[in-house]
Design a protein around this ligand. Structure first.
Ligand SMILES: C[S@@+](CC[C@H](N)C(=O)[O-])C[C@H]1O[C@@H](n2cnc3c(N)ncnc32)[C@H](O)[C@@H]1O
Length: 301
């Protein structure tokens, strides 16, 4: 059994075994630039488990009893940086063009449901941002296209007959718990303007709690993007700042899966430093100002 302070030696072959296991389990690719990060996290987990070699740790991870430890390791390897209203130019495009187009096409088909997915949601700020913008776009849409539905007071956040669902998924249980809890610190709220704070948050002590009507639109669930079965029938997928940790082969597989998870004419948003260039021909890139998104090529008329 290893002493807690001892730094164990990680051989090249052990590193390769563990790199391959992590890749196989969640798609994250630790190339030479990021190998030191992987090594550091492996050292920590090895000490925590009080094992005396990385090979024993690997054996634990692939065993039936090691499933919880594998989840912990993956959790330790994720980067969870996120914020409300991240990448404003892209959100302008989402709000003004994408939602407008989706609501108009849906209204024509008398389909009053909007399904969106924040894939790799971290602590939930992206999913709540999507819900706030969808609620805004819908109020505006319904003003221009009155449905004749009677509203009960207080006025609902989502005007009937419309329904909005946002699925927020991640591979890390701790970030999913935080998203579900939906309370944010002053510094996490820095990018939320006062109009949105007033409408969608309650001040509770020194934190901000998402109000019930907005919270009810967002549902948190565990999904590993590496697996084959992923949530279907989405109108919009945000998968931002996740693919950058995958290699090209895994990015291609993921984009292929996303195209199957989207309704015809649905939209995919990726991070500022990510692109679908060279990965697929199933999407067309659209852009306004500096914001970009991708639309699935087959569109329902
Ligand atoms: C940098 S955060 C991005 C959060 C948010 N999308 C944004 O752009 O602000 C990346 C998130 O992807 C998650 N992630 C990484 N690999 C994943 C996988 N295979 N399946 C699901 N989520 C994954 C991480 O746990 C992390 O919370």
């Amino acid at each position: 059994m290893a002493s807690p302070s001892l730094q164990m030696q990680l051989s090249d072959s052990e590193l390769k075994l563990l790199q391959a296991l992590v890749y196989q389990e969640c798609g994250m690719h630790f190339d030479s630039r990021r190998a030191h990060f992987l090594q550091d996290r492996l050292q920590r987990r090895l000490r925590e488990c009080r094992l005396d070699s990385f090979y024993s740790y690997y054996r634990l991870l692939i065993s039936e009893e090691g499933k919880a430890e594998l989840a912990k390791l993956l959790e330790n390897l994720t980067v969870n940086e996120t914020s409300f209203f991240r990448n404003k130019a892209q959100l302008e495009l989402f709000h003004k063009h994408v939602l407008d187009d989706l609501l108009r096409r849906k209204q024509e088909r008398h389909d009053f449901s909007l399904r969106m997915w924040s894939a790799g949601c971290s602590t939930g700020q992206e999913a709540y941002t999507m819900a706030m913008l969808a609620a805004d776009a819908l109020s505006y849409h319904c003003l221009r296209n009155p449905s004749g539905h009677e509203w009960t007071l207080p006025k609902p956040l989502i005007p009937p007959p419309w329904k909005v669902e946002v699925l927020a998924s991640d591979i890390s249980y701790s970030v999913l718990r935080a998203g579900q809890e939906a309370t944010y610190s002053e510094s996490q709220m820095a990018s939320v303007d006062y109009n949105y704070r007033l409408r969608h948050f309650d001040k509770v002590g020194d934190r901000y709690a998402v109000k019930k009507p907005l919270k009810e639109l967002v549902h948190f669930d565990f999904h590993n993007l590496k697996t084959e079965y992923l949530p279907q029938h989405n109108d919009v997928i945000f998968c931002r700042n996740v693919m950058m940790y995958f290699d090209e082969a895994e990015q291609k597989r993921l984009v292929e899966k996303f195209s199957r998870c989207l309704n015809a004419g649905g939209y995919l948003f990726v991070g500022h430093a990510e692109s679908l260039l060279g990965l697929t021909d199933r999407f067309n890139m659209i852009y306004r100002d500096t914001g970009t998104a991708y639309q699935k090529t087959e569109v329902n008329s």
